[in-house]
Design a protein around this ligand. Structure first.
Ligand code: SF4
Ligand code: SF4
Length: 350
């Protein structure tokens, strides 16, 4: 496996920019956002957590699905034609440079949903044009709980992964043929690893287990939740329901939430408009309202209980895929101070 020196990374990004669009973590108001960069130096690999996850690139907050026009006849035009990206979407490949392991796990969850369970051409077209270069975290942020979810390392879902082994060097793990092609396309930036580097990698991975792993794990959670629905520790749900404000922010920042609503927007002339999808949240009061006005999750307790079950039980049962990757964004964003890891610990009786 090869190595890359830290000071060569911005130069590598500069080189990649000649062929790809590059999106990476950049500082914004003392926080970080994934944004398109025009120079390698803009990518800041020492970030902790981005405000929104890279999900927004494949599944944007608002996305036009269809445009329509009425002259003689009503005409509909899909935003994607023949499953290929439209001109406005662009067809250049892009690299997401510097994705943390937890967010790569989250992309795998979205892939399952949008590429297998309900194949979604809008998602698939962007995913097909993407390359993912991961980067390791060196310290868990206090809001993160990837140690509980087992997501501080990742073995697939990336083309290359840069594991930092000391202040100046990254060990490069190849995760796909596309990743291998990147190494061959930019040979001047990489060098061969040595026995000494391997030793450093072993040491770093061992230290990581010590820093990140938690005494609590998700093992057995689905079984415990089977028992908890409205008995045993059923008061958990009442407590959460009383605290939760139903603002939906936790879903908006979550890298694995994939619910959306579809809305029409018609111009005042009534002659043209569009259909778009927008992110939705199961914690909003009207999320489960159906025809006739019936709400099958009428209380905040039933709504937050559903979210926790979806994250910690249903997704795991559906295909061994994580509904929560422990990124901690909901912990940071929740105005009511609800913390997912506290809920997990309570369910586990810790
Ligand atoms: S539920 Fe919270 S901690 Fe889990 S993946 Fe979503 S935002 Fe991250
Ligand atoms: S962010 Fe907090 S208060 Fe808002 S819906 Fe989510 S859990 Fe409830």
């Amino acid at each position: 496996m090869p190595l890359i020196k830290k000071q060569k990374i911005p130069l590598l990004v500069d080189k990649m920019l000649k062929k790809f669009d590059v999106i990476g973590p950049v500082p914004k108001d003392e926080k970080y956002v994934f944004s398109k960069v025009s120079r390698g130096e803009e990518v800041f690999l020492g970030y902790d957590t981005s405000i929104l996850p890279p999900k927004k690139i494949f599944f944007p907050q608002e996305e036009t699905l269809i445009t329509f026009k009425k002259d003689e006849q009503l005409e509909f035009k899909p935003a994607l034609e023949d499953g290929t990206p439209s001109k406005t979407d662009g067809d250049r490949k892009f690299v997401i440079f510097g994705v943390h392991a937890c967010d790569i796990h989250a992309i795998l969850t979205l892939d399952k949903q949008f590429m297998e369970v309900y194949p979604d051409p809008y998602y698939i077209s962007k995913r097909a044009r993407s390359l993912i270069i991961g980067v390791s975290c060196r310290e868990p942020k206090e809001t993160c709980f990837c140690g509980i979810m087992g997501t501080y390392t990742v073995e697939k879902g990336f083309d290359l992964f840069l594991e930092q082994i000391d202040e100046d060097e990254f060990y490069v793990i190849v995760g796909s043929d596309e990743g291998r092609k990147l190494l061959s396309a930019y040979p001047d930036f990489f060098e061969a690893s040595t026995e000494e580097t391997l030793e450093k990698l072993r040491k770093v991975l061992k230290e990581k287990d010590e820093k990140f792993a938690d005494s609590v794990s998700i093992t057995g959670l689905p079984t415990l939740l089977e028992q908890e629905f409205d008995s045993v520790n059923g008061e958990i749900w009442e407590e959460l329901g009383e605290k939760c404000l139903g603002c939906g922010t936790c879903c908006l920042v979550c890298p694995t939430c994939f619910c959306f609503n579809v809305v029409d927007k018609v111009e005042l002339s009534g002659k043209e408009g569009l259909t778009k999808r927008v992110w939705d949240s199961c914690l909003l009061a009207d999320f489960a309202v159906i025809a006739g006005g019936f709400n099958f999750r009428p209380t905040q307790t039933s709504r937050i209980r559903y979210r926790i079950y979806h994250k910690l039980k249903y997704e795991l049962e559906r295909g061994g895929i994580l509904g929560c990757v422990g990124c901690g964004r909901c912990n940071i964003a929740c105005p009511a101070g609800i913390k997912m890891q506290d809920v997990i610990k309570k369910i586990k009786g810790e």
